[in-house]
Ligand binder design. Structure first.
Ligand SMILES: [Zn+2]
Length: 251
């Protein structure tokens, strides 16, 4: 509830957020989290669905995700450029997302975990075990390079640090016993990555333009990009990896 009240204090783009919040993919999501009564009552009414959403364990990470989404949109306005021209980069040291201003200076935007978690709904990308975006939690996820970061030293062109290649992984999958380390995820997991990227693009997520810039303008080009990358990376690093899933697939 606190979150939505905050929205009202933001001057610019409020109307836009209210109108687009429920729109996912081609249509509106079936459950409404609030009713738009701006015309009648100059406000919005929060529904039971929103309260249910906040109470459910898997949505504990939701406020950060919405905040991250918001920061991404807001950054485009602050930089004074259209959203289609904003390219969001990943800074490995601070594990945060940044944008470049007109003078090519970095402007920090948001934590990468908050932004990436929206699609993953509080689950590890690989095994679907719970993750929790709180640094003091044992379930705090790693920001994982799907195609290992080591490829950067092996002459790979393409942006290894690009959003397209970043997912949230439980610590065990990334670096625990039997973990991924520098192995290549299987084709099945590659398809999951493709679905994730396509979802963000088709739902007009603020990272949409960045993903298009990094991987291609059409779905076919993006699919070819991922498959081509996978083939080359496999030849280079040889070993493939896939974990045992801890839960039913969420995405
Ligand atoms: Zn995992």
């Amino acid at each position: 509830m606190h979150l939505l009240v905050e929205f009202t204090t933001i001057r610019y783009g409020f109307n836009n957020v209210i109108d687009t919040f429920h729109v996912v993919g081609q249509g509106e999501v079936p459950k409404r989290f609030y009713i738009d009564e701006r015309k009648e009552n100059k406000g919005i009414r929060i529904t039971d669905e929103f309260t249910n959403l906040l109470n459910r364990q898997q949505f504990v990470n939701l406020p950060q995700e919405v905040e991250a989404r918001w920061r991404l949109v807001e950054t485009a306005w602050e930089l004074g450029v259209s959203r289609s021209l904003v390219s969001i980069g990943y800074d490995k040291n601070s594990e945060s997302l940044f944008a470049l201003d007109k003078r090519k200076r970095r402007k920090s935007v948001t934590g990468s975990r908050d932004a990436l978690n929206g699609y993953q709904k509080g689950k590890c990308f690989y095994c679907f075990t719970d993750i929790y975006i709180d640094v003091s939690s044992s379930l705090y996820p790693d920001v994982d390079h799907f195609f290992p970061h080591t490829l950067k030293q092996q002459g790979f062109s393409g942006i290894i640090d690009g959003i397209w290649n970043l997912v949230l992984s439980c610590q065990k999958c990334n670096r625990g016993a039997g973990g991924k380390f520098d192995r290549i995820p299987t084709i099945r997991l590659l398809e999951r990555l493709h679905r994730r990227n396509e979802f963000l693009i088709s739902s007009h997520h603020p990272l949409r333009e960045t993903l298009i810039q990094q991987t291609g303008a059409s779905e076919m080009q993006r699919s070819e990009f991922l498959n081509g990358f996978h083939s080359k990376a496999w030849v280079t690093l040889i070993h493939q990896w896939e974990p045992e899933e801890k839960d039913a697939p969420y995405f």
